[in-house]
Design a protein around this ligand. Structure first.
Ligand code: NAD
Length: 255
C-alpha cells in the first residue's frame, strides 16, 4: 500500500480523496490550513516550506503520490491575489517540493476546473505570470481584476503546468505521471459559498449540467484514485473533465 500527500484534506474534494485512499488501505498525510497531520498556510512561502519539510519528515523519505486539493473559490470580497497564491503557487510549490520523494510509478494529480472552458473573459495575464513562476507579477495582475476572472486563470495555469511538466525528464521521463482533473460544480463548502454569493450565486445556480445535478466530492475522489493507480499507467499530461457534461454542453466540438 502507498503513502500519499493530500492538501485541502480537511474539506470537500480533498477530504473525499483522503477518505477514498485511506479506505483503499493507503496512508494519507493530510495537509490543511485548518486541521490534519500538517497544518500550514500554503498561501505563503514560509507556510509552503514548512509543509514540505513536515510532509518529508512524516513520509520517511518516500511518497507514492501527491494531490494538492487546497484551494479558494472566487467569492465576492476575497483578495484576488490570494487565489493566485493558494490555487496556483501553493499547489505547485507543494508538488515540486515533494518531487524528490516520488519515484518510478509515482503520480501527481492537480486540481484544475471546467471554469477554464465554461467561463469566458478570464485573465490571460494572470495565467501567464503564474506559468512563468512570477508570483509577484501574478498577484499584481490579479489585484487589477475580479475574483471571478482570476479563479479560472489560476486553474488554466494549473492545467497548463501539468501538460508542460508531465513530459519532462524529471516527471514522465522518471516514470512519475502528472495529470489534472477539471471538475465541474461539485457540492462542497466552496461551491455552497459560491451559491450564496450575492453577485455570483445566480450564475452558479444556473450552471448547466446534462445530469441536472452537481457532482459529489466522492465522484472526483474516485477519478483521482484511478489516476493515481497503475490502472492509469498510460495517462500522462491529461486534463480529465468530470462535470456531468457541462463542458460538452457549452463547447460542442462540431456545430
Ligand atoms: P473546500 O473549500 O471544500 O476545501 C478547500 C480546502 O482547502 C479547505 O479545507 C481549506 O482549509 C483548504 N485551504 C484553503 N486555503 C488554504 C491555505 N492557504 N493553506 C492550506 N489549506 C488551505 O473546496 P473544494 O470544493 O473541496 O475544492 C478543492 C479543490 O477543487 C480546489 O482546488 C478547487 O478550486 C477545486 N475545484 C472545486 C470545484 C467545486 O465545484 N467544488 C470545482 C472545480 C475545482
Amino acid at each position: 500500500m502507498g503513502t500519499y500527500a493530500v492538501s485541502g484534506a480537511a474539506s470537500g474534494i480533498g477530504a473525499a480523496v483522503a477518505a477514498r485512499l485511506t479506505g483503499d488501505g493507503h496512508r494519507v498525510i493530510a495537509v490543511d490550513l485548518k486541521e490534519g497531520d500538517v497544518r500550514a498556510d500554503l498561501s505563503t512561502e514560509d507556510g509552503r516550506q514548512a509543509a514540505i519539510a513536515e510532509v518529508r519528515h512524516l513520509a520517511e523519505g518516500r511518497l507514492d503520490g501527491v494531490v494538492p486539493c487546497a484551494g479558494l473559490g472566487p467569492v465576492t470580497g476575497l483578495d484576488p491575489a490570494q487565489l493566485v497564491s493558494v490555487n496556483y503557487f501553493g499547489a505547485i510549490a507543494l508538488v515540486e517540493g515533494l518531487r524528490p520523494l516520488l519515484t518510478d510509478g509515482g503520480a501527481v494529480v492537480v486540481l484544475s476546473s471546467n471554469s477554464v472552458t465554461a467561463q469566458p473573459g478570464w485573465s490571460g495575464e494572470v495565467a501567464s505570470a503564474c506559468l512563468k513562476g512570477d508570483e509577484k507579477a501574478a498577484r499584481a495582475a490579479a489585484a487589477e481584476s475580479e475574483p471571478v476572472h482570476v479563479y479560472p486563470a489560476t486553474k488554466a495555469a494549473v492545467a497548463y503546468w501539468a501538460r508542460r511538466e508531465a513530459v519532462k525528464a524529471e516527471w514522465g521521463g522518471a516514470g512519475i505521471r502528472v495529470n489534472a482533473v477539471a471538475p465541474g460544480l461539485i457540492e462542497t463548502p466552496m461551491s455552497a459559498a459560491m451559491k450564496a454569493d450575492p453577485k455570483l450565486g445566480v450564475f452558479v445556480k444556473a450552471y448547466p449540467s446534462a445530469l441536472g445535478r452537481g457532482g459529489r466530492p466522492e465522484e472526483i475522489a474516485d477519478l483521482i484514485a484511478f489516476l493515481l493507480s497503475p490502472a492509469a499507467s498510460l495517462l500522462v499530461g491529461s486534463v480529465v473533465y468530470a462535470d456531468g457534461g457541462t463542458d460538452a454542453l457549452l463547447n460542442p466540438v462540431w456545430p
